[in-house]
Design a binder for this molecule. Structure first.
Ligand code: FO1
Length: 315
């Protein structure tokens, strides 16, 4: 099967990794949010892209899901001694990625080309495509004013109350070369269990991507289980935007884009409500969606593909 997955941070990276580890693996393209990208010490940091790549390469830090395993912190500790910015923890190995990426961007190479070359070195089989080679930074609108994404997310620990989001420059951005073709050729689109507001929406906002997806079979996995986000501020964002966080809210969020939706077993009671929504009918599948181990990732990925296959056969 030919799959295109849309992914943001840790949840998306885990499912993408599960899909890539299936036996036999599907032909897989992962489109990754770059709205979280920012600059620190003059370095271009692409947290979601790196999280997806490190997970696909099996070299992610297991306890956080982001950053590198067996990481050294010499540079970080020296920066702390000098009184430099230490709110965003960059490990020594991770810094090599940012240094080399920044050097190549500075000489005019596009982010997608650099990412493809890094993936070859890290022996990553799936195609990993940043959503755009153009910068589209996410701006979080909050009760403390407009905040750059990482200032909101890491520096302020997601504490400000959110009133909206802006994807700066998105109207003039273009999808990375290869994205629209990958979508056209896909049998199934998988929206990973990433934050709908700040991981998936930026991808959908890049001109041409949403309309290309509307032509395809799309299924999503809810990142909200029993009213809580598995990781990160998704549930808090729903509440602050005046919506009760639930798998139902996520299904509503994606609206007519979805043909299938996977919710956690804990939310089995919501199944009927989601199936019978007012918009076009939705097929719903219940699974254990909490990916604690590598085996969980592969098991869930297998269930996603089986469910996808079922939807393909019914259409
Ligand atoms: N998240 C944190 O909460 N604190 C950090 O210090 C931090 C450092 C970091 C370094 C590299 C990287 O690729 C990701 C990092 N993240 C950190 C995660 C990241 O900022 C967010 O999880 C994503 O942007 C949201 O998807």
């Amino acid at each position: 099967m030919n799959i295109v997955a849309l992914a943001g941070g840790v949840g998306g990276a885990k499912l993408a990794d599960g899909l890539a580890r299936l036996n036999p693996p599907p032909a897989l393209t992962v489109i990754v949010n770059t709205g979280d990208d920012f600059n620190l010490f003059g370095l271009h940091i692409s947290p979601d892209l790196d999280t997806v790549c490190y997970n696909l390469a099996g070299m992610e830090q297991r306890n956080t899901g982001w950053g590198r395993a067996d990481e050294g912190w010499d540079v970080y500790q020296e920066i702390q001694k000098l009184g430099g910015p230490d709110w965003f923890r960059l490990g020594d190995k991770d810094l090599a990625t940012h240094l080399e990426r920044t050097r190549r961007l500075g000489s005019g190479e596009p982010l997608s080309k650099i990412t493809a070359d890094f993936c070859r070195v890290w022996e990553i089989d799936p195609a990993v495509l940043p959503m755009s080679d153009d910068p589209v930074p996410t701006i979080v609108l909050t009760d403390q004013g407009e905040l750059a994404f990482q200032d909101y997310f890491v520096k302020l620990s997601c504490e400000p109350a959110v009133t909206g989001f802006r994807f700066q420059g998105v109207e003039n951005s273009q999808p990375t070369p290869g994205i629209l073709q990958a979508i056209q050729e896909a049998d199934l689109i998988v929206i990973c269990p990433s934050n709908p507001w700040v991981s998936i929406e930026p991808i959908l906002a890049v001109p041409g991507i949403r309309s290309a997806l509307e032509e395809k079979l799309v299924l999503a996995i809810s990142p909200i289980i029993a009213g809580e986000a598995v990781k990160g501020p998704a549930a808090k964002m729903y509440l602050e935007m005046g919506i009760i966080p639930s798998a139902t809210a996520v299904a509503k969020h994606y609206g007519n884009l979805l043909d299938g939706f996977i919710i956690d077993k804990q939310d089995e009671g919501l199944m009927k409500v989601i199936i019978n929504r007012e918009t076009h009918p939705l097929k719903v599948f219940c699974a254990d969606t909490w990916m604690k181990t590598r085996e969980d990732r592969v098991r869930l990925a297998g269930e996603v593909l089986d469910f996808g296959q079922q939807i393909i056969e019914e259409v």
